[in-house]
Design a protein around this ligand. Structure first.
Ligand code: ATP
Ligand code: MG
Length: 407
């Protein structure tokens, strides 16, 4: 008998004890959910790994999906062979023969998880290696730098034979490390920051500030499209759409032209923090990258960051734009991010935004607004609408308050 399997290896193996069990259970559930359209698959859990029995489903299509699941370190297409020597030899030969890139050299590495197997590992290396050599005239053994390493893992139930190891997305299962609010604009950076946060095991809820009617319906559609792409990785994304027009207009009237962006960002963080509290999130994630624009200098980050008590996570802070673009392309957000749109922050862009805002002056400007600032912030939080986005066609999405228009 021969089984076509995929061996999936879990990541971050330093985790031990009860947490490991929790980690593995979460990950297995997420793998099952991501692969639920492949109805014939069966899952067999084993320590720090899971075997997926393909039962006729396409390995290539399953592999495409597996590559994007966080917490998976690597996976391999595997033949599950019965334990008779002849079966192992024959399946090993078949596996080598069907490799698309024809190897010139190989070696066999046998691991005996089941110690009572009648042949020792060195014996098995020889018994299988000689059979492969006899039947593939061009192939040679190279124990130091082989083109292909044929691995045979002998367990009590089956021998698992494979030679390909595909790198997974890494990180932690989604939600394993809690929840964060992602400040999602329509730009290139924040979707990448969101993907990185999710890869680190954070469930994210997205927050977008809009200045309707000054920002358009298209600007909203763009953010929805980005959030939907993140939902491909994150299962389901709740997108909070925050009305920012009134607050923004008031801040623009504060008489500190060069501080508008600083003031706006501080208010955004305060609103995000309130939404975090309402939704059980313990951090705020942004797409800030050091030095990219005036609001992302160290001086600005300092003054802006002080308005929030929650940890501010900036996964891109030390990255170059080109590298960020590379990620955006890889995760499938770039094409959407570069569509033209107006952001609420581009509406009131001052001629010379402060690159080193003075905290005292900023605090004084806010104090001058008295209770009005707090009132406008609370109003924005109250007026926030939530859309739940899923990967796939838009028909699947739902507004949590269907009677409300989004804007
Ligand atoms: P991005 O490409 O993510 O828009 P950016 O380089 O354009 O980033 P900014 O516009 O200065 O930089 O924004 C910095 C960060 O502030 C963004 O990455 C995002 O996290 C947050 N942000 C900016 N505008 C908005 C918005 N309208 N709604 C939600 N978050 C926003
Ligand atoms: Mg932007």
């Amino acid at each position: 008998m021969k089984y076509e399997l995929v061996l999936v290896r879990f990541g971050e193996i330093v985790i031990k004890g009860r947490n490991r069990n929790r980690f593995e259970t979460m990950l297995l559930t997420q793998i099952r959910t991501a692969l639920k359209s492949f109805e014939k698959l069966e899952f067999v859990r084993s320590y720090a790994r899971v075997y997926i029995r393909l039962n006729g489903e396409s390995y290539e299509r399953v592999a495409e999906r597996l590559k994007d699941i966080f917490g998976i370190m690597s996976f391999s297409p595997v033949i599950g062979s019965e334990l008779e020597l002849e079966a192992i030899r024959e399946h090993s030969l078949q596996l080598i023969r069907r490799l698309s890139a024809r190897p010139r050299t190989f070696k066999v590495s046998v691991n005996r998880g089941w110690k009572s197997y009648p042949h020792s590992s060195p014996e098995m290396n020889h018994l299988v290696g000689s059979h492969v050599l006899r039947n593939t005239p061009d192939l040679k053994v190279d124990v130091h730098h082989p083109d292909v390493e044929l691995k045979i893992d002998i367990q009590k139930e089956l021998a698992y034979i494979y030679c390909e190891v595909v790198k997974g997305a890494g990180g932690f299962p989604l939600g394993m490390n809690g929840k964060a609010m992602l400040l999602l604009s329509g730009g290139i950076d924040s979707p990448v920051a969101g993907w990185m946060a999710m890869r680190k095991g954070l469930k994210v809820e997205a927050v977008h500030f809009h200045s309707y009617p000054y920002t358009s319906e298209q600007a909203k559609d763009k953010v929805v499209a980005l959030a939907k792409r993140l939902a491909y990785y994150g299962g389901k994304i709740r997108l909070h759409l925050v009305p920012f027009t009134e607050l923004q207009t008031k801040l623009a009237q504060s008489g500190h032209d060069n501080l508008i962006i600083t003031l706006m960002r501080r208010s955004m963080l305060r609103i995000a923090e309130k939404l975090a509290e309402q939704n059980g999130a313990l951090a705020i994630v942004t797409g800030d990258s050091l030095g990219q624009v005036a609001s992302q200098t160290l001086g600005s980050m300092n003054v802006i960051g002080r308005s929030a008590a929650l940890p501010l996570l900036r996964p891109l802070v030390m990255m170059d734009k080109q590298d960020i673009i590379g990620y955006a392309e890889r995760i499938g957000t770039y094409e959407t991010s570069i569509l033209p749109y107006e952001d609420c922050c581009t509406l009131f862009v001052p001629k010379s935004p402060a690159i080193n805002p003075n905290l005292k002056i900023v605090e004084r400007a806010e104090a001058m607004m008295g209770g009005e600032l707090e009132r406008l912030i609370d109003e924005a939080v109250r007026g926030t609408e939530v859309v739940v986005l899923k990967d796939g066609p838009s028909g699947d999405d739902a507004s949590e308050r269907p009677e409300d228009a989004w804007f």
